[in-house]
Design a protein around this ligand. Structure first.
Ligand SMILES: Cc1cc2nc3c(=O)[nH]c(=O)nc-3n(C[C@H](O)[C@H](O)[C@H](O)COP(=O)(O)OP(=O)(O)OC[C@H]3O[C@@H](n4cnc5c(N)ncnc54)[C@H](O)[C@@H]3O)c2cc1C
Length: 347
C-alpha cells in the first residue's frame, strides 16, 4: 500500500472493530482506565450475534444475571458504557488496517471514514455479517439495481411487480406490507413452512388464498434478461415445473452469514478463521493490535460472552501500557477508586 493520506483522519487512542457484546464491554474497560474509544461495526446497530441472531432468546450464563434476554444484555452493556462517550461509526466495515511509523495504524472503512489509531482492538466475532445471496444464473449482474437484500426506500417498490424470496420474518413482513401497494407481490419459499412468526405466516397464507399475493413453493433458477435489461426471474417449483415470473424488482431475505472478510488481509496470524493471541494481553502477532471475543483463538479458548469480557479487561490494561509506557497501570476497584468513580460519573 502507498503511504495513506492522513489529512482529516480521526486520531484516536483506541479503535474497536466490532460492536457485539465484547466490543461494547471493551469500551467500558478502556473507559475505566481513562481511555476513550471509537467503535466501528458493519451493521447499522450495535449488538453483534445477540441482536442479529437471537435477540429474544434468554441467556443463562452471564454472571449475576440468572436470566437475561440477548437484546437486554446489549442494552445493558450500552448503558454501562455510556459514561465513556465512545463514538460509534455504524453501517461501515473496517476494510483497511495499515501500520504507520511510531506505533500507530491507519484504518479505513467502507464508508470512507479514516482513522489514525494508536491501538486497535478487534472484537469482530465471527466476522462481518453478509446477506446470503440469491444465487441462480445471471443474478450477480443485477445486484443492487434489481436484486436487493434489504429495503432501503419502501415507496420505490410501490406500483411495481415484485418477487420476494425467503421464509423468515423479513420476507413475511414485507409481503404483507407491499400487498396492495405494489402492482403485484409474489412470495417464493422452498416450502410452505416458515421460520417467521406463525401469525405472520398464517396471514400471508390467507392473503395468498384470497389472491392478494401469490405464493410459490420453489427456488430461484435463473434471472430473465433481454440484452442486459432485467425482466424477472425463473422459479423452479417443487413439482419440477419452471415458472417465468415477470418482475421489476426482487427482494431476497435469506438471512445473514458471517465472513472473516478484510481481517484476513491485515497481516495477522490466523488459525482456523480466528486471530491467534497471547493470554496475558490478548495481543495478536502485531504489537498494538489486540483481539477479544469470538474472533480470537488460544489454547483452551471457549467462545462464550463471559470469556470475551475477561479478555477485554486484560486487553484494556495492555492498551494503557502502550499509551503510557512509563506509567505503571495499577489495579483499582470501582468500589473504592475515586478516579474510576469520577470517570463513571458516580462520585
Ligand atoms: C443462537 C446463539 C445462542 C448463543 N447463546 C449464548 C449463551 O447462552 N451464552 C454465551 O456466552 N454465548 C452464547 N452465544 C455466543 C455469543 O453470542 C458469542 O460468543 C458473542 O456474540 C461473541 O461476541 P463478540 O462481541 O465477540 O462478537 P459478535 O457478537 O459476533 O459481534 C461481532 C461484531 O463485529 C462486526 N464486524 C465483524 N467484522 C467487522 C469489520 N471488518 N468491520 C466492522 N465490523 C465488523 C460484526 O458485524 C458484529 O456486529 C450464542 C450464539 C448464538 C448464535
Amino acid at each position: 500500500m502507498t503511504t495513506p493520506n492522513l489529512d482529516n483522519a480521526i486520531a484516536t487512542d483506541a479503535l474497536i472493530v466490532g460492536a457485539g457484546p465484547c466490543g461494547l464491554f471493551q469500551i467500558f474497560e478502556l473507559g475505566l482506565l481513562g481511555i476513550k474509544a471509537h467503535i466501528v461495526d458493519s451493521l447499522k446497530h450495535p449488538g453483534g450475534q445477540c441482536t442479529e441472531l437471537y435477540p429474544d432468546k434468554p441467556i443463562y450464563d452471564i454472571p449475576a444475571l440468572p436470566i437475561c434476554g440477548a437484546q437486554e444484555l446489549i442494552d445493558r452493556l450500552i448503558q454501562q458504557a455510556k459514561p465513556f462517550n465512545a463514538e460509534f461509526h455504524l453501517g461501515q466495515e473496517v476494510s483497511v488496517v495499515h501500520p504507520l511509523p511510531d506505533q500507530a495504524f491507519y484504518v479505513e472503512t467502507s464508508a470512507g471514514t479514516r482513522f489514525v489509531a494508536k491501538t486497535i482492538i478487534i472484537a469482530a466475532g465471527v466476522g462481518s455479517f453478509q446477506p446470503r445471496k440469491l444465487g441462480g444464473e445471471g443474478s450477480e449482474a443485477f445486484e443492487g439495481t434489481h436484486i436487493h437484500y434489504k429495503v432501503q426506500n419502501a415507496s420505490s417498490y410501490h406500483g411495481k411487480d415484485i418477487v420476494i424470496f425467503g421464509g423468515g420474518d423479513s420476507a413475511l413482513d414485507w409481503t404483507m406490507d407491499f400487498a396492495g401497494k405494489a402492482k403485484s407481490v409474489t412470495l417464493v419459499h422452498r416450502r410452505a413452512e416458515f421460520r417467521g412468526a406463525p401469525a405472520s405466516a398464517a396471514k400471508v397464507m390467507e392473503m395468498a388464498a384470497t389472491g392478494k399475493v401469490k405464493f410459490i413453493e420453489g427456488v430461484a433458477e435463473s434471472v430473465m434478461a433481454d440484452g442486459g435489461a432485467f425482466k424477472g426471474v425463473r422459479v423452479k417449483r417443487n413439482d419440477g415445473v419452471v415458472d417465468s415470473l415477470n418482475a421489476d424488482q426482487l427482494l431476497v431475505f435469506f438471512g445473514l452469514h458471517p465472513k472473516l472478510g478484510p481481517i484476513a488481509e491485515w497481516g495477522l496470524t490466523i488459525d482456523k478463521r480466528a486471530i491467534t493471541v497471547d493470554t496475558e494481553k490478548f495481543q495478536s502477532n502485531v504489537p498494538g493490535i489486540f483481539a477479544v471475543g469470538d474472533i480470537n483463538t488460544y489454547p483452551g479458548k471457549k467462545k462464550l460472552i463471559l470469556s470475551g469480557f475477561h479478555e477485554a479487561a486484560l486487553a484494556a490494561f495492555a492498551v494503557a501500557g502502550i499509551l503510557n509506557p512509563n506509567k505503571k497501570v495499577h489495579l483499582q476497584y470501582t468500589t473504592t477508586s475515586p478516579v474510576m468513580q469520577k470517570r463513571l460519573g458516580v462520585s
